[in-house]
Design a protein around this ligand. Structure first.
Ligand code: PLP
Length: 380
């Protein structure tokens, strides 16, 4: 699904000395590289504060701790996402409230959020799934109306833009009260191990969070709040610093692969190509970066998805099903309050989506081969 080695070979002349420098200086934790990366990412995103941490799951948890959410508070999030999102809500003894998503862009559905709001609701966690922002304008106005926090799970969409109706553009992860991201190796900006970060424009919240990531310390050995140990190590920061200047090109390479897939699949019966929902209609955005294609996900109708997966695998083509089981049906997160009628979309998507190989090193021959094997399976 990804080609991390091919990507590394392109940048090793920059990455290797950057890692070497950390080892020579022996500043492994909170060294200058971490600070440098933090500043560079703040500039790239146009956000006031980036707080690096150990991984994207911690980033979400710490964001919720920073907002002071309390046991029993209800947090609304999407039923169709990676489990990390709901896991940290449950771990903090907050009450996860899973809601349905849109059938076309797979992102959290505004009406479903609105229906799920109760007097106990304190926050909404939109996940910018597969590389494209949720309807942030709608979510922010709903949040304002009901006095809720918005925590963007930006693990899959770093570098994407969100375009407002009036044309204003902001980077994903800089719109809500706080956002989290992951630098897991296969993410759009990945390091060579685990890493993550929290973003916010709120000075007080940033201060609170900087203490939480470091054992709740604001002054050495004074623990004012219960914190965690969640740090981005300097070697990972060195890798990320070397890769950040390439992020836009990496995302462009993903968009270019997506355009080729789209051309190949757009008129095929039973296949729906990804829908761009912010600003760009039909086709792939070339200017606004509304979608950075963490995944390239097709929706099938009348085609046996699992047999297609098997067929592609037999032809040495890896492919993925993100996600095969809706969160509300997972043992850990099932809840008698849930009504199957409220999950019509996710219950269908889990059976009909397929994600094709998508990364920065895909070449035309590989894409042609993948397309031909999909087409031969469905006799198109
Ligand atoms: C990858 C991912 C995470 C978790 O990130 P880790 O760094 O693996 O902890 C959280 N949410 C979403 C949507 C993700 O894709």
């Amino acid at each position: 699904m990804v080609d991390l080695k091919g990507q590394y070979n392109q940048i090793k002349d920059v990455v290797n000395p950057s890692i070497q420098e950390v080892i020579e200086n022996a500043a492994f934790i909170n060294g200058p590289k971490v600070h440098e990366f933090q500043k560079n990412l703040e500039d790239y995103l146009g956000v006031k504060h980036v707080i690096p941490c150990a991984n994207g799951t911690d980033a979400l948890q710490i964001a919720m701790m920073g907002l002071g959410l309390k046991p029993g508070d209800e947090v609304i999030t999407a039923d169709f996402t990676f489990a990390a999102t709901v896991e940290v809500i449950a771990l903090l003894n907050l009450t996860p409230v899973l809601v349905d998503v849109n059938p076309d862009d797979f992102n959290i559905n505004i009406e479903a959020i609105e229906r799920a709001i109760t007097p106990k609701t304190k926050a909404i966690v939109p996940v910018h799934l597969f590389g494209q922002c949720a309807n942030m304008e709608g979510i922010m106005s709903l949040a304002k109306k009901h006095n809720l926090y918005v925590i963007e799970d930006n693990a899959q969409a770093i570098g994407a833009n969100y375009t407002y109706k009036n044309g204003k553009k902001l980077k994903s992860g800089t719109i809500g009260h706080v956002a989290s991201t992951s630098f897991f190796p296969s993410k759009n900006l990945g390091c060579y191990g685990d890493g993550g970060a929290i973003f916010t424009n709120d000075d007080d919240l940033a201060h609170t969070i900087r203490g939480i990531v470091n054992h709740g310390m604001y002054k050495r050995y004074h623990h004012d709040v219960v914190g965690v140990n969640s740090r981005l190590d300097s070697i990972q920061a060195a890798v990320l610093n070397a890769k950040l200047p390439h992020l836009d090109d990496y995302n462009k390479a993903r968009q270019s692969a997506a355009r080729k897939y789209n051309e190949a699949f757009k008129n095929i019966k039973g296949i729906t190509i990804p829908k761009l929902s912010n600003g760009c209609e039909n086709g792939i955005c070339e200017q606004c970066d509304c979608h950075v294609f963490h995944q390239y996900t097709l929706k099938l109708e009348g085609i046996d998805r699992d047999a297609l997966v098997a067929h592609l695998n037999e032809n040495d083509i890896p492919c993925g099903v993100y996600y095969p089981i809706p969160l509300h049906k997972q043992k850990a997160y099932a809840d008698s309050r849930y009504n199957e009628d409220h999950f019509k979309v996710t219950n269908t998507l889990v059976k009909t989506v397929i994600s094709l190989p998508m990364h920065t090193e895909l070449d035309d021959d590989q894409i042609d081969y993948i397309v031909s094997k999909v087409k031969s399976f469905i006799n198109a």
